[in-house]
Design a binder for this molecule. Structure first.
Ligand SMILES: [Zn+2]
Length: 222
């Protein structure tokens, strides 16, 4: 499991090409992000004096706003913001696949990915719809989101925040991690399905990582 975690940290993504192709259909999010928020940092702290520097600064900003480079920057920033990791820090504690069951000690298929968590906010990874919220003996409190042909469930939550039927945007908080249901300790268990068939959630994590890297690289070229 350390190996997979290290691979993600090192940026070696797997299954990226097919995942990207599949996600392109759901990642075409309309331009709804307030990207300009990112530019306000220095403006607000600037003293409101009418000196030459601040006038020049304003002119430069106006010019930049009208330039094609700025438009490109906005596109890449929007694309960057169209994805989000499900937690603010990603550490895989148990991968998807066969493993020794923590309850029985017997070999059993682990149909999800476990991430280290401690009362953390669980974030929507992209634009989607809340298709199910509930609680059962296995998953505990859970939230299921649909992103195009993918569905993602977040399990063992201590608190459900998402509301069934609601539209979610990347980074929206849908729940708080916990240890409800069949769980030996607090963590976030993520399951992922493509057309109803279970797939490894690292496909989505890899897609998020490659999208962000692509955007950072493009922004650095502008
Ligand atoms: Zn799990």
């Amino acid at each position: 499991m350390r190996k997979i975690s290290a691979m993600i940290a090192a940026g070696i993504s797997f299954c990226i090409v097919p995942a990207k192709a599949q996600f392109n259909t759901v990642a075409t999010v309309p331009a709804r992000y307030k990207v300009e928020v990112l530019h306000t940092g220095t403006d607000k702290t600037e003293p409101a004096s009418g000196n030459a520097d601040s006038v020049l600064g304003t002119s430069a900003e106006l010019l930049a706003a009208a330039s094609p480079v700025d438009a490109d920057k906005k596109i890449w920033l929007e694309r960057y913001l169209s994805v989000s990791y499900p937690l603010r820090r990603i550490r895989i504690t148990s991968p998807y696949g066969y493993r020794k069951d923590p309850f029985t000690g017997k070999k059993r298929f682990h149909g999800g990915l476990d991430l280290h968590a401690r009362g953390d906010e669980v974030l929507a990874m992209m634009e989607g719809v809340v298709v199910k919220v509930g609680q059962d003996k296995t998953s505990g409190k859970y939230v299921t989101l649909r992103h195009g042909r993918y569905t993602v469930s977040y399990c063992h939550l201590s608190k459900i925040i998402a509301v069934k039927g609601a539209v979610v945007h990347p980074r929206d908080v849908v729940g708080i991690t916990g240890s409800t249901g069949r769980s030996t300790g607090e963590h976030l268990h993520i399951t992922c399905k493509f057309d109803g068939k279970s797939v490894n959630p690292t496909v989505i994590l890899g897609y998020i990582e490659s999208t962000r890297k692509e955007c950072v690289a493009a922004l650095a070229q502008l």
